[in-house]
Design a binder for this molecule. Sequence first.
Ligand SMILES: NC(=[NH2+])NCCC[C@H](N)C(=O)O
Length: 630
Amino acid sequence: MELTDDDYTPELEKLVTENSKLKYQLAHLNKAFIHFLNGTSSDHSPDVLQLVTSLFTNVIKALYPDQEDFVVSVTPSTHEKYGDYQCNSAMNLSQALKKTQPKVSPREVAEKIVKNLPSSPYVDKVELAGPGFINLFLSKQFISKLISLIVKNGVKPPHIPKKKKVVIDMSSPNIAKEMHVGHLRSTIIGESIARLYQFVGHNVLKLNHLGDWGTQFGMLIANLSEKFPNYLTVSPPIGDLQAFYKESKARFDNDEEFKKRAYAAVVQLQSYEPNTTKAWNLICDESRKEFMKIYKHFDIEDLVDRGESFYQPLMPAVVEELEKLNMLELDEGRKICWPPGAQVPLTIVKSDGGMTYDTSDMAALKHRLVEEKAEEILYVVDSGQAIHLNGVFDAGAKAGWFDPAKIRVEHIGFGVVLGEDKKKFKTRSGDTVRLMDLLEEGLKRAGQKLIDKGRDKVLTNEELSLAKEAVAYGCIKYADLSHCRTNDYVFSFDKMLDDKGNTAVYLQYAYMRIRSISRLTTLTPEDLANHGPPSLEHPKEWKLAKHVCRFAEIINRCLVDLYLHNLCDYLYELATTFTEFYDACYVVEKDRNTGEVIKINVDRLVLCEAVARVIKMGFHILGINTVEKM
Ligand SMILES: NC(=[NH2+])NCCC[C@H](N)C(=O)O
C-alpha cells in the first residue's frame, strides 16, 4: 500500500523516524562489527549479548512497529543444547499482540521472527524449540576471530555510549581514629569500580571524603594542649593519638570545665586560629601517614584527599541557597530540610549555629556537580548511611543541582564485615580489629601456606615475598568482591586462603598453570599473535573460547549494577572451564620418558593465551596482581 501525504499523522511520522533510526543503528552496528572483524577497530571488544539482543530487537520492532515499548529479552542459554543465547520474547509478544489483533500463538510469532532474522556473520544457526523459544548458536569463525584478536591486540573493553567524568567517593576514614574494616570494604570496592570505569574509558576522580572536621577535633586539641605539651610541633604517634581521642571524648562528657575549653577550641578551629590550625594539621598528617600504608599495600593510587574540612568555606552559601529556595524549616532552633518523601530530615544548621555532616555532604554534592562537572557520582559507603546519603541526593535534586534522569548520583552500599562467629567483627578481647594487625596476620598465614606447599624450596626469597603479598592482599580483596556487596560477609582467612573453590588462590593457580604451559615452548607472544584464529575443534575448546568471549558482556553488566561479584563468578567459571579443557585436551605433549616436548598444538596455545589475558585483565579490575610464579 502506498502512503499519501494525507496519511501522515504525527504518530505515523514518529513510527517512520523510529524505524529509520533503528535501521540506522543496525547498519551502524554491523559496520562497526565488520570493521572489528577485519581488525581495523582494535579498541573495543563486542558485547555478544548486546549484538544478539539488537539483532532480535531490530527484527521484532520492524515486524511489530506498534509494539513500541516492548522490551526484547535475550539471555545466555542455560544449557548447551539450547544454543548459546535464547530469545524468549515470543511468549510475551503473543500476549501483547492479543490486545490489538486476533490471537497468534507464541510459536507462530517465533516462526515469523526466525524467518525474518537477517543472516549475520556471528550467527551459525537459529532454532525454534518448544512453544516458542528461539535458540541461537554462535558461529565458530566469529568466536575464533575474537580469540585471535585478544591475543593480537589485548583484552579490549566494550564500546560505551559516552565517556564521562565520574567522581567516586571512597575509603573516607576518620582522622585520629583507626581505619576499620568498613573503610577497608569501601576502599576495595571503590577501587575496583574505579578500575572498571577507567577500563572502559571514563575519566575517574577518586575522592577520599575524610572525616577531618567537627567538634571532636576541638575536644582532641583541648585535651592535647593539656596532656601533650609538644602538640604545636609534633603529633603524638598514631596509637597515642587514638588514645588521646578516646580520652578527650570521655573528659568532654564528664568534665564541665573541660567541655567549655573544648568548645573554645572548636571556635578557634572554625575561625582558623593559627595555632589550633597547626595542631589540627599535624594530627591530620599523622593519620594520613597511617592510611597511606594501607593504600600502598592495596595498590591504591591517585586517591585525592578531600575531607569534610574542604567543604567548610562552601557551606554558608549552600545554607543561603537552600533558605532562598524555601527548603529550610525551623525546628527547635535547628534549621532542617525535608528531602521529598523522606522520613528523616537533614540537619543543615544546629541550634548553636554549627553545621553538620549533612551540611558538608550537601556542599560536597554541589561542588562535585558544579566545580568538578561530574556526570556521575558514586558514593561507596556502608549501607548504614543510606538514609543520610539518599536524603542529600534528593535534596540536591530538589534544589535543581542535577536531574536524576540524566546524572547518576548513587549510593553504592555494602554490608558489614562479620567475624567467623557471625557477630560483628571483633578481636577475642572484644576490641575492634586493627587493620594493620589484620594485614599482618594475612601475610603470616599466606606465608605459612606457601611454606606448607614447599614453595620456599623453589622460589627465591624475593619471589616468595612477592607471592606472599600477592596472595594475602589478593585474597582479602577477592573475598570481599566475590560476595554480593549488599550482604554482610564473614571474614575468614581459612576460607579465603583455600586453594579450592571460588578464591583468589584458585584463580592465581589457574593463571600460573597457563603461564607455565607457555613456558614449555619457545613460542613468543608475537608468534601467538601472528598465528591467526584457532580451529576450536574439540568441544571443550569451543566451550572455553565462547566463555572467554563473554568478558565484554560481563563488563557491561557490572557497569549497570556495580556488583563486582558477577565478574568474580565469571572468572571462576573461566578457570573451571579451563581446567575441563586442559583435562581433555593436550596443549603441549611431552615424551613420557625423557620429558622432552614432542608436539605443540599452537591453536590451543593461542586459546590458553587468550584465557590468561582475560584472567589478568579481570584481576586488574578487581585490583589484584597476578603472579607469574608462586
Ligand atoms: N560523602 C560521604 N559521606 N562519604 C562517606 C564518609 C564516611 C565517614 N567518614 C565514615 O567513616 O563513616
